[in-house]
Design a protein around this ligand. Structure first.
Ligand code: S3P
Length: 425
């Protein structure tokens, strides 16, 4: 895909549904009694992989574009899968499902693509094993494929070394099948969609500070879920509108859960003009329309407790920092190394290619922004967030930018380039 400097962004856009919430609506719907009706479901490849896994375990799921109906069969209603479960590129699918599968009365194997098979799974295997699960890395390297056999789970109080919603959710889901209470304490609170949605489906779950606690064997009941727009997808249009002079866009019905809204806070600290309109709730999830106007930005420091609330937005924030005046420091973000790609390496390599003065550190990067930047050939490393971040950078760079493997955006945003073109006129 080749892209060039653009006209200002103008108009309105409803970004696709939130990826994290879409995954959970299928999983929790499958484990509930009765129908779960999901609207504005994200039809990205990751969430479709979750649907395929549950269909393989006998759950009927009707999908009509972004309207999905899950015919739940209860906590013990899944049947032994006819084949290996394939999570594709989706870490959320593998990690959350490993919690669910550990509680089943049948054996299963779950794996995914090349990138998934390099990502760390010990972070879920360890606590699950502590709960009594029988889960092994079949290549004995701490990664997928994971082989899971039936065993009785016990409640534990787990002190997680990482602030990861995937780890937390995995343990809470296994806790549905345990013979006592299960709790997870994180170093810093990560996204809380599982807690909000499990409670909405009838689970006995409480959260205090950095600890979430669940009681076993609730009767979960199917619900209606209207998925808010994904703030992680909105992030690319926010960044593009901020960077291109004369832009003004309205992003409709975007999720603004405080465990996810760090990007908005950082952009404002950099000088961004972003206004929240029509604040509302979709189920337990807060949402709003975002009015974004081009702004002149300056560097900032991104560190500490805010990191989990913007972890997926750090690539595009790095692009913003490259165009902002002054230095931006990102630290406490070593988790970037174990995402769909090593995002510290891949972002700093590609930012260097467009002429940015950037340095990789152990847990982040230092970006000295404000120089004019030029188009280049970008290697997305098949990481959707890298491809979308450089599509934004391309709009503000001189000359032409070519993004390799640009079609990987279908993982979380199949219509991304069309929507970007539509706003750029
Ligand atoms: C997610 C949690 C985050 C995030 C990922 C989605 C989730 O991962 O990066 O894109 O849906 O729970 P970690 O839990 O590894 O931080």
């Amino acid at each position: 895909m080749k892209m060039k400097y653009t006209a200002p962004l103008r108009g309105e856009l409803a970004v696709p549904g939130d990826k994290s919430i879409s995954h959970r609506s299928i999983m929790f719907g499958a484990l509930s009694q009765g129908r779960t009706e999901v609207s504005h479901f994200l039809t990205g490849a990751d969430c479709l992989a979750t649907i395929a896994c549950f269909r393989r375990m006998g759950i009927e799921i009707e999908q009509n574009g972004s309207d999905v109906t899950v015919f739940g069969k209860g906590l013990y209603g899944l049947s032994a899968p006819s084949d290996i479960l394939d999570a594709g590129n989706s870490g959320t699918t593998v990690r959350l499902m490993s919690g669910i599968l550990s509680g089943q009365r049948f054996s299963s194997v779950i794996t995914g693509d090349e990138s998934i098979c390099r990502r760390p799974m010990k972070r879920v295997m360890l606590p699950l094993t502590e709960m009594g699960a029988s889960i092994v890395s079949m290549k004995d390297n701490g990664c997928a494929p994971l082989g899971i056999s039936p065993s009785q789970l016990h409640g534990i109080h787990y002190q997680s070394p990482v602030a990861s919603a995937q780890v937390k959710s995995c343990i809470l889901l296994a806790g549905l099948y345990a013979d006592g209470e299960t709790s997870v304490t994180e170093p810093v609170v990560s996204r809380n969609h599982s807690e909000l949605m499990l409670r909405y489906f009838g689970a006995d779950l409480s959260s205090t500070g950095t600890t979430a606690t669940i009681s076993p064997e609730p009767s979960l009941t199917g619900q209606k879920v209207n998925v808010p727009g994904d703030i992680s997808s909105a992030a690319y249009f926010i960044a593009a509108a901020l960077l291109i002079p004369g832009s003004e866009i309205l992003l409709k019905n975007v999720g603004i859960n405080p465990t996810r809204d760090g990007m908005l806070r950082v952009c404002r600290a950099m000088g961004a003009d972003i206004t929240l309109l029509n604040e509302d709730h979709s189920g337990a999830e807060p949402c709003a329309d975002l009015l974004v106007r081009s702004s002149s930005l300056h560097g900032t420091v991104i560190e500490g407790e805010i990191i989990p609330t913007l972890i997926d937005e750090l690539p595009v924030l790095a692009v913003l920092a490259a165009f902002a005046d002054g230095t931006t420091v990102i630290r406490d973000a070593a988790e970037l190394k174990v995402k769909e790609s090593d995002r510290i390496k891949v972002m700093t390599d590609n930012l260097s290619r467009i002429g940015c003065d950037v340095e990789a550190t152990d847990d982040g990067m230092i970006i000295r922004g404000g120089k004019p930047l030029h188009g280049a050939v970008i290697d997305s490393c098949k990481d959707h967030r890298v491809a979308m971040s450089f599509a934004v950078a391309a709009l503000a760079c001189s000359g032409e930018t070519e993004i390799r493997d640009s079609d990987c955006v279908t993982i979380s945003y199949p219509g991304f380039y069309d929507d970007l073109r539509m706003l750029c006129h």
